[in-house]
Design a protein around this ligand. Structure first.
Ligand code: ATP
Ligand code: MG
Length: 429
């Protein structure tokens, strides 16, 4: 196929055989978030480029080298969203959702776009579910965000495979003092830092802590620690969070190098990581961003949130073989009809059954076909039962009912008893 007719590298089709697992995952998360009182928000996929520059920060991997930015026909610079927080804050401000200090607990789901090197667990179009909470400043809400993800890992059967890493970045004042100390230390070891880190030392020194370069990591072993520069307010907040995680029985490790890739974080930052996916081990990441809303032109409004990468979590479910068997069966009953008269009766009958059993997954054969071919389709559909309607059955106003997976005998059921019979043998989702 010519290249222009193929999907863009790093942007994947999610094929019919994969969508049941995606829907299972998405439905599980959506139900959980409903239960915790979060409300869904849906933002556009494209925003003014300026929004991301202002919120994410000019000196970040995303803004420096990962954004899909283009000029539209009006000459405006637009960008496919690389993450959700910026647009969520914009929407909240634009619609006054946090006016007068009103708390908001929001979530979103959708595709994000980053021009990265595609590999397992890293794509150019990928999907996130994100949560953002505004105007709740205590550690109780930081804890709730973590507790609900812990519950999600439990529901999905992946708790044993993920580990929580925590850090506190302090307030911007304490971070400022820490930056001075870090720059002083790193400047004394400038020749041992990799090129990127040398550059970042000038533009965004905290990001040096994030380096993957082994030589720079060696230098960082003796670097000043953020924990020693935390102000009292941040320290108390962090202790409050840790106490709550202990109370909820959630294990965590402190990772003093955890700074997160975006500029806007303060106080709490956290990541859920796994060692089951190779290099792309972070499945969920977030933190507190108390200064962001003001920085984007709003009134002082605290914020805290996280985003999870759906592709990585799906990969983890597959790797750990935690894909529930029943999700791939999408048909309960397959109706085969032979000849024009039987087809007409089958259509009327199937619509009556749907009226009575609205959740029944009933597939009616389309495209006619011999007994053998329709039966083959019924079996391939994964249905538990086949219904068979030919001229003989029609004459008697009955339909053949045949278990396909070895539960019981074939029998004839009167038309008007069919819905009641199906109700007894198919579990209604
Ligand atoms: P990484 O360090 O892996 O690049 P990040 O810090 O850039 O991650 P965030 O911006 O925090 O990622 O996004 C939250 C989550 O979204 C990540 O933890 C990950 O699960 C997922 N994610 C981020 N970028 C990608 C990508 N290119 N492809 C697939 N998933 C991604
Ligand atoms: Mg990244």
């Amino acid at each position: 196929m010519s290249k222009s007719l193929q999907a863009i590298r790093g942007m994947n089709d999610i094929l019919p055989e994969q969508t049941p697992l995606w829907r299972y995952f998405e439905n599980t998360v959506a139900r959980l978030l409903d239960n915790y009182g979060y409300k869904q928000i849906r933002m556009p996929i494209v925003e003014f480029t300026e929004l991301f520059k202002r919120s994410i920060g000019e000196v970040t991997d995303i803004v420096e080298k990962e954004m899909y930015t283009f000029e539209d026909r009006n000459g405006d610079s637009l960008t496919l969203r690389p993450e959700g927080t910026a647009a969520c804050v914009r929407a909240v401000l634009e619609h006054g959702l946090t006016g007068a200090g009103q708390p908001q607990k929001l979530w979103y789901i959708g595709p994000m776009f980053r021009h990265e090197r595609p590999q397992k667990g890293r794509y150019r179009q990928f999907h996130q579910i994100g949560l953002e909470v505004f105007n709740i400043e205590g550690p109780d809400i930081d804890a709730e965000l973590i507790v609900l993800t812990w519950r999600l890992w439990g529901l999905l059967g992946i708790r044993d495979a993920v580990k929580l890493e925590l850090n506190s970045l302090g307030t911007s004042e304490s971070r400022g003092r820490y930056k001075v100390a870090l720059v002083e230390y790193l400047s004394a070891h400038l020749d041992k830092l990799d090129e990127d880190s040398q550059r970042r030392l000038k533009t965004n020194p905290l990001r040096v802590l994030d380096t993957k370069n082994a030589d720079t990591q060696a230098v960082l072993v003796d670097a000043p620690k953020m924990a020693d520069y935390l102000d009292d307010e941040s320290r108390t907040h962090f202790e409050g969070l840790k106490a709550r995680l202990d109370a909820a029985g959630i294990p965590f490790v402190i990772n003093t190098k955890l700074v997160r890739g975006l500029d806007y974080y303060s106080k709490t930052v956290f990541e859920w990581v796994t060692d089951k996916l190779g290099a792309q081990g972070t499945v969920c990441a977030g933190g507190r961003y108390d200064g962001l809303v003001e920085q984007m032109g709003g009134k002082p409004t605290t914020g805290v949130g996280f985003a999870m990468g759906i592709e990585r979590l799906i990969l983890l479910l597959e790797t750990l073989e935690q894909v529930p068997e029943e999700i791939s069966r999408q048909v309960d009953v397959y109706l085969c009809a032979f000849g024009e008269a039987a087809e007409l009766a089958a259509l009327a009958l199937s619509e009556q059954v749907r009226d009575q059993l609205p959740n029944l997954r009933l597939q009616v054969n389309a495209g006619a076909g011999s007994f053998k071919s329709q039966f083959k389709k019924a079996d391939k559909s994964g249905a538990l039962y086949a219904l068979i309607l030919g001229d003989d059955e029609l004459a008697q106003q009955v339909i053949g009912f045949k278990p396909l997976r070895g539960q019981g005998e074939q029998q004839n059921i009167a038309f008007d008893a069919l819905a009641a019979h199906l109700a007894t043998c198919v579990v209604q989702g």
